[in-house]
Design a protein around this ligand. Structure first.
Ligand code: ADP
Ligand code: MG
Length: 246
């Protein structure tokens, strides 16, 4: 479903991703772990093309773009690939002046030009799925962090993206509240949603990731199942990093 080849991302002289290649099968869940500053967020942003890679190629659901330093990108192609992805952020990023249901319908009606009724039906179905149908008409600020993140997940899924990207989806939540978000993501994983998530949450990664990648200094330094990486990491540096999370 996702194929990244030789992704390099530079900001000026700083190389943040250095020749990253990975693939994620349809229905698989990949967790990105590693020290802060290792490039996890940048890699997610290169998958949804919020950042344009300096070089390399990104293929999602059969649509592929190659990047070359200095080359101009067609906005249309970038849009096409971007629409294959939905993104969930650490800090939810709900629209504060929209109700919960409007947070979900907004993109469908404005960007995708769906009729209002159809957008509302889709939003209600997703709110049911994340257990928040009864909160459809309230303001996001009245919800707990865990509830806000579940709305953000519903919003990301609204246009039926091929891939769900999550950037530390539980990092802003207390352990009790992160549990409900883990449960929703686990449910999506069981239903076959293809996901890539950056996370420090070992519970989340162990519960749902089929494959864990350790990103350190912009390169993939280790790859394995969550059991491999969390219980018997090969590199000394990975061992020390994992020890800080437990
Ligand atoms: P992580 O998510 O693993 O903590 P990031 O992808 O956020 O890592 O950051 C990787 C490196 O890229 C850091 O050194 C960060 O300062 C740098 N970086 C990220 N975004 C930018 C940017 N827009 N401009 C310059 N440097 C950036
Ligand atoms: Mg990050």
């Amino acid at each position: 479903m996702i194929e990244l080849k030789n992704i390099v991302k530079r900001f000026g002289d700083l190389t943040v991703l250095n020749d990253v290649s990975l693939s994620v099968a349809e229905g698989a869940v990949m967790a990105l772990v590693g020290p802060s500053g290792g490039g996890k967020s940048t890699l997610l942003r290169c998958i949804n093309l919020l950042e344009i890679p300096t070089s390399g190629s990104v293929e999602i659901a059969g649509d592929k773009l190659e990047f070359h330093p200095g080359a101009r990108m067609s906005g249309k192609q970038v849009q096409l690939l971007r629409r294959h992805t939905g993104m969930v952020f650490q800090n939810f990023q709900l629209f504060p002046h929209r109700t919960v249901i409007e947070n979900i319908t907004e993109g469908l009606t404005t960007v995708l030009k769906w009729p209002k009724e159809r957008a509302r039906e889709r939003a209600m179905a997703l709110l049911e799925k994340v257990g928040l149908a009864h909160k459809a008409e309230v303001w996001p600020s009245t919800l707990s962090g865990g509830q806000q993140q579940r709305v953000a997940i519903a919003r990301a899924l609204a246009p039926s993206p091929k891939v769900l990207l999550c950037d530390e989806p539980t990092s802003a939540l207390d352990p009790e509240l992160s549990g409900e978000v883990v449960d929703v993501l686990a449910q999506l994983a069981r239903e076959g949603t293809t996901m890539v998530m950056a996370t420090h949450d070992l519970r989340l990664a162990s519960k749902i990731a089929n494959e864990v990648i350790v990103l350190d200094g912009g390169v993939i330094v280790e790859t394995g199942t969550s059991r491999d990486i969390f219980t018997q990491p090969k590199r000394e540096r990975t061992k020390r990093f994992i020890a800080t999370l437990i």
